[in-house]
Ligand binder design. Sequence first.
Ligand SMILES: Cc1cc2nc3c(=O)[nH]c(=O)nc-3n(C[C@H](O)[C@H](O)[C@H](O)COP(=O)(O)OP(=O)(O)OC[C@H]3O[C@@H](n4cnc5c(N)ncnc54)[C@H](O)[C@@H]3O)c2cc1C
Length: 364
Amino acid sequence: MRVAVIGGGINGVMSAWALARRGHDVHLFERGEQLMGATSSASTKLIHGGLRYLEHGEFRLVREALRERLFWISSAPHLVHKLQLVLPVYKSSRRPGWVMRCGLMLYDWLAGKSNLGKYEWLDRGIALTRFPELNCTELLGAFTFFDAQMDDRALGLWAGSEAVKAGVRIRTASEVTSISETGELRSNGVDQKYDLLVNIAGPWAESLLSRNGISSEHQLDLVRGSHLVLSRQPQHAFLVEVPDEERFCFILPYHGQTLLGTTEVRQSLSEPIACSKQEEGYLLRVYNHYIRPAATDDDIVGRFSGLRPLIRSRSNPSAATREYAIERQGQVLTVFGGKWTTSHALGERIAVLAQDVLSQSGNS
Ligand SMILES: Cc1cc2nc3c(=O)[nH]c(=O)nc-3n(C[C@H](O)[C@H](O)[C@H](O)COP(=O)(O)OP(=O)(O)OC[C@H]3O[C@@H](n4cnc5c(N)ncnc54)[C@H](O)[C@@H]3O)c2cc1C
């Protein structure tokens, strides 16, 4: 059957690939010049379960994401590698050590057979010997645990090339300007009819529906996350609590430099997706709270930002769900939210739902 996927980020690519593997004739429309031009190349570059989501009871998502790590590591070992993360515990930490330990035990347990390595506790002396760059004032010790790291753009482009091999026809520089619930789509002034449209345009998915008069049950909160790249080669990867906040930030080695992020700033689609001076100052303060020697503006060699498409809730952005939802309006399936790590699982769900939609309309 003819299926159009709208959006060439990782969720669109993985869905298109899954649909093509089931024998559908899939066209993927991306308005940018190439795939992975938006959120999917502005991530923290982690293939991870999301330890911090456990606090918000997102057990299903964390379990799925933990298990999906193995899919990525085994499918593209040249672009994904296991990463040890260090979670330091201070007298002033908001979460006491026992809370962090419970979280890590649960993380390991939820990972089941796909665990990448058990968490460990290192007391202060050992932690400072192994991680001498850590601020030692009031340090109690550190946990270590495992996730994975990727090059998001390269891995997304690899997935795109696999999708093409499976038969997906990719149309870049092809903005979809209108869609209808009966499967019509307009791009570059040409109208086409499909058996199914999959609207998976990340932060732009909701606006594509509303611009076309299609109402949806879910809405999106758009939350900017910015990163800084520092010209320093760190030896270790850290997950740290932002001082005086509930949030966490990552300090990661990445291509021989330091990747530092992220922030959470609500914004609209009409505002630029760019790192502000305040976000720069915020991230440097977090870094300098934990790492010695301190960094200055002169160490910043890069900055990038992306918009998290989060399902709207009353919570603050840190507590807002990272789950995804799929909604159907006629011959249109729309995805709200969706993490990088879970894009393969999401693609599989889209392919199953597509089959249902197509068989209901007598097209299977
Ligand atoms: C700061 C930050 C850090 C993150 N870190 C991680 C992480 O470490 N690990 C993780 O698992 N997840 C992470 N995420 C989440 C993850 O990156 C995103 O959820 C995911 O990349 C979203 O992918 P997507 O394909 O849905 O959207 P996008 O990548 O935004 O793709 C949507 C595409 O649709 C295109 N488009 C929009 N409108 C149209 C149209 N009308 N016609 C044609 N094309 C259109 C856009 O150009 C874009 O390319 C992070 C997110 C952010 C913002």
